[in-house]
Design a protein around this ligand. Structure first.
Ligand SMILES: [Zn+2]
Length: 198
């Protein structure tokens, strides 16, 4: 069971760990200020179920406008939490910084209620020509190209802040089966995949 960083929620990273360890990889989400773990994925691995509705009241907000969003399939926003049952230092409308994508359909495991995937931290999001780009999505693309890559990638930013003047510069490590680095880099591999999926 993985947590703390979005790696367990990145499909290609999860597959790599599952292959290497021959184990089912699941993911949990929590927060030291709220509860250690208040959401977790089941064996279906189709998002994390909300596990603590008696303890936390969760809202979904647009992190830019602060507007509350409806819990519906495909909704994406920042998780905001309020303690319902805590005597010491209860938090009210605490912004977790976790950006999630919601799924409301019943899970194959039989559980109902909201579940979600964490797409990244709100302050990690980059904006390239008006398009939101998540480092976790870039990592998924590069990991998917294993063994021509090792999966390791860095996003190289020219200056601080979320707005990026194109092109977005990446430094990815090539892997043991990379034979043609120019081809790997060019539009048929890394570049086209990042353009298409991020
Ligand atoms: Zn489930």
């Amino acid at each position: 069971m993985l947590g703390a960083e979005p790696g367990g929620g990145i499909p290609a990273v999860r597959r790599k760990i599952e292959d290497d360890y021959d184990a089912l990889v699941t993911e949990g989400l929590g927060n030291a200020d709220l509860i250690a773990v208040y959401a977790g994925s089941c064996d279906e691995n189709d998002g994390m179920h909300f596990l603590a509705p008696d303890f936390l009241y969760l809202e979904l907000i647009d992190p830019i406008s602060g507007e509350t969003l409806d819990w519906e399939d495909g909704a994406e926003g920042e998780l905001v939490a309020t303690h319902l049952d805590r005597e010491c230092c209860p938090l009210v409308r605490f912004c977790t910084g976790d950006r999630i994508r919601v799924s409301m359909s019943p899970c194959g495991c039989g559980r109902t209620g909201p579940r979600w995937t964490c797409v990244g931290r709100t302050d990690e999001m980059l904006i390239v020509r008006g398009v939101n780009v998540w480092p976790s999505a870039v990592s998924d693309v590069i990991s998917d190209l294993r063994p021509r890559t090792t999966g390791a990638v860095q996003i190289l930013l020219e200056e601080p802040g979320s707005a990026v003047e194109p092109p977005l510069r990446l430094q990815a490590e090539f892997g043991p089966e990379a034979t043609d680095l120019d081809r790997l880099k060019d539009e048929k591999e890394v570049e086209s995949q990042v353009h298409g999926r991020c």
